[in-house]
Write a protein that binds this ligand. Sequence first.
Ligand SMILES: [Zn+2]
Length: 125
Amino acid sequence: MREDYEFQKQTSRHPDKHEWVKLVERIRHNLTGEIREYFTTGIFKEESQSVFIWPYEEGNATCDCNLSEHWKFAGDIEKELFAGTPMPPCGHALYAVNLYSTKGKLLHEGFKEEALSAKHFEKGA
Ligand SMILES: [Zn+2]
């Protein structure tokens, strides 16, 4: 339902047939348990009134190599992004992701965590 999402204003000059919504990846580092939040966007599917979450189920956002980039962006950019830390090998061991809309709707559950209040999501995006 549309009320579960915050829509992203169209910023591109190129016409886009999709509507985009604001999302939050809560990424857990499986070795340390640390969780970081990475703000991103996703495609809203009008027909089903839902978000295209394939990337989190089977696509790029399931892989440690891609998630390590999101992890760095969600942390101290200066320290981590430009530190030249090597990308981890492809796999599904290092990170787990819970994907939420910025209004707090859980869209993909990669690990168990206590429900977050709607207020939790007000700060970001
Ligand atoms: Zn990979």
